[in-house]
Design a protein around this ligand. Structure first.
Ligand SMILES: [Zn+2]
Length: 167
């Protein structure tokens, strides 16, 4: 590993620790020439298999670009998109698969996008799942409503039983 400051061809590892999620290793390195320190992060490589069969490295930027259009006109910031891309990458890494295709990546986007903005989620899902009619939208919205209501009911049940009443 070249020193990023003076380009010296060698560096010494002074500390090495695994991240809490176990998915990466951070190494503190010191350059023997200029003595400056820098950090490297080592992760298993994550590849995307394209339709042509070629592979390319997974890129959060491509995830952001892929969902940006669905988020047009919605209250979604660049920071939100960056967090979404990070969640997608974490989900994909947690799946333990080193090579992913467009379908798996789309699937990994749906959950975090839904948490972010339901309209953007429906737009993205309509392209990803190739909705062809109003009925497809209706079915997706029905599922969303049912799940939102179930989540709300669960939260209310939690409120009712989880907290002691104020005296
Ligand atoms: Zn150096």
């Amino acid at each position: 590993m070249h020193c990023p400051f003076c380009r010296h061809a060698d560096s010494r590892v002074v500390d090495s620790r695994t991240s809490d999620d176990g998915l990466s290793i951070r190494r503190r390195r010191q350059c023997p020439q200029c003595n400056r320190r820098f950090t490297t992060i080592e992760t298993a490589s994550l590849s995307v298999v394209k339709r042509s069969g070629a592979t390319e490295p997974f890129s959060r930027e491509k995830i952001v670009n892929g969902v940006r259009k669905a988020c047009q006109g919605r209250p979604v910031s660049d920071d939100d998109l960056a967090v979404l891309a990070q969640r997608v990458e974490e989900n994909l890494r947690a799946s333990g698969s080193a090579e992913l295709d467009a379908y798996e990546i789309g699937l990994a986007i749906l959950g975090p996008l839904r948490d972010l903005d339901e309209v953007a989620y429906l737009r993205f899902a309509s392209v990803y799942q190739a909705f062809s009619s109003l009925e497809d939208f209706e079915a997706a919205i029905t599922v969303l409503r049912a799940e939102n209501e179930a989540a709300r009911a669960a939260a209310e049940a939690g409120d009712a039983t989880g907290q002691p009443a104020d005296a």
